[in-house]
Design a protein around this ligand. Structure first.
Ligand code: 2NL
Length: 375
């Protein structure tokens, strides 16, 4: 047997074919051809067994060296082909950072939520806590405790949604028509916690329900009420509190209030609070001179000194404790501050309305951006 299979030519040819292999598949067939079970170099290794000791001594090292050089040539080529494939992939998949980023869908905060946050912030600065309570109420908390006994004409004026069944105490159940029951519950809760039962400073914002539906009334709307109970509280405290609140909310110092006598069953005396408006660019804007051209008064709040009967219903002695209370519509406040003209659109759930009037999700409830804010 001649030594062409192990000679320099055979080795060179194998190494040349390996370095010329175009891809890993071609390389793998070469590996099988040379080093596989039936491979040519494996065949040479097998011939060693049948050789004379002299032949084995002279050819053995050559055959082993050939196997080694082919093995390492294959693994070198394999690494090269793989890194070339990776380079090609990276070149093909390169990201163009100059392309415009895809638009991420962004939610926005509903103006009612924004205004509720603003109100909580303003009243927190004046020492008020936020109270909440059930939207499904009984007629005692919603009416009776507020000096509206059964068959009181004011009950009929509320267009109440009633449930068919009464509760375990035999009370009629209803959707609360105002947030006043929250304040009754807050008074009773404080009385349970402290023998004194007061003082108390709370606001109660939330959803309320009345069976009315037209351009300016939706069956569900939002109200905020405030209640202060302490010793020696009088109308002056009420006026200062509302004036401070309205100036902060509408972000103007030139806000004037007009208090008119009124009637609510739960307050005595009761006052309706008007605020002066003026014209900016043909639009009515809160603040400015109500007696100037196009100016006037707009009713924004109802309020009064808490009726003695309501103080007593809250578990307090009306000879010791006095208080004032007020209430207004959150939706209407939002319309006045941010310039919407149709209440119904508030609750249509039309995303286009939200993108027009909504607020960025991460906007803190800073008090800025109302239509009346001078540029
Ligand atoms: C309005 C008027 C008002 C109150 C609400 C109240 C609550 C308690 C005791 C006494 Cl617990 N009063 N709330 C007082 C006066 C007016 O709301 O026009 N609301 C939209």
């Amino acid at each position: 047997m001649d030594n062409d299979a192990t000679g320099p030519d055979a080795g060179e040819e194998a190494l040349g074919r390996i370095s010329a292999s175009a891809d890993t598949d071609a390389l793998e067939s070469l590996r099988v051809e040379f080093l596989g079970k039936q491979g040519s170099i494996s065949g040479l290794l097998k011939t060693l067994g049948g050789m004379s000791p002299e032949d084995r001594q002279s050819k053995g090292p050559l055959i082993h060296a050939l196997r080694e050089s082919v093995t390492s040539a294959i693994s070198d080529r394999k690494a090269k082909l793989e890194s070339a494939a990776l380079e090609a992939r990276l070149a093909g998949e390169r990201i163009d950072l100059t392309l415009p980023a895809p638009q991420a869908a962004r939610g926005s905060v509903h103006p009612v939520s924004q205004v509720m946050d603003e109100l909580a912030e303003i009243f927190a600065d004046m020492g008020f806590a936020v109270a909440s309570g059930p939207e499904i109420e009984d007629d005692w908390h919603n009416f009776t405790a507020l000096n509206m006994p059964e068959s009181h004409p004011a009950r009929a004026m509320h267009d109440t949604f009633y449930f068919l069944d009464r509760n375990a105490d035999g009370r009629e159940m209803l959707l609360r028509t105002h947030t006043s029951p929250v304040q009754i519950r807050a008074m009773l809760a404080v009385v349970r916690q402290h023998p004194e039962g007061a003082p108390l400073r709370i606001i109660a914002p939330g959803r309320v329900y009345r069976s009315a539906s037209d351009a300016t009334h939706t069956p569900m709307f939002h109200q905020i009420e405030g209640l202060v109970i302490d010793r020696d509280i009088h109308l002056g405290h009420l006026k200062w509190t509302l004036e401070t609140f309205l100036k902060a909310f509408f972000e103007r110092d030139d806000i004037v209030l007009r208090l008119r006598p009124s009637y609510f069953p739960f307050t005595e005396p009761s006052v309706e609070v008007d605020v002066g408006y003026s014209l900016i660019g043909g639009k009515r804007v809160i603040g400015g001179d109500p007696y100037g051209p196009g100016g006037g008064w707009m009713e924004v709040l109802g309020s009064g000194m808490v009726n003695r009967k309501v103080i007593a219903a809250g578990g307090l002695d009306p000879d010791v404790w006095q208080g004032f209370a007020f209430g207004t519509g959150v939706d209407r406040l939002a319309m006045l501050k941010y310039g919407m003209d149709d209440l119904r659109a508030f609750f249509d759930g039309d995303a286009r309305w939200l993108s027009h009037y909504g607020f960025a999700p991460l906007d803190v409830p800073t008090l800025s951006g109302g239509v009346g804010t001078p540029a």
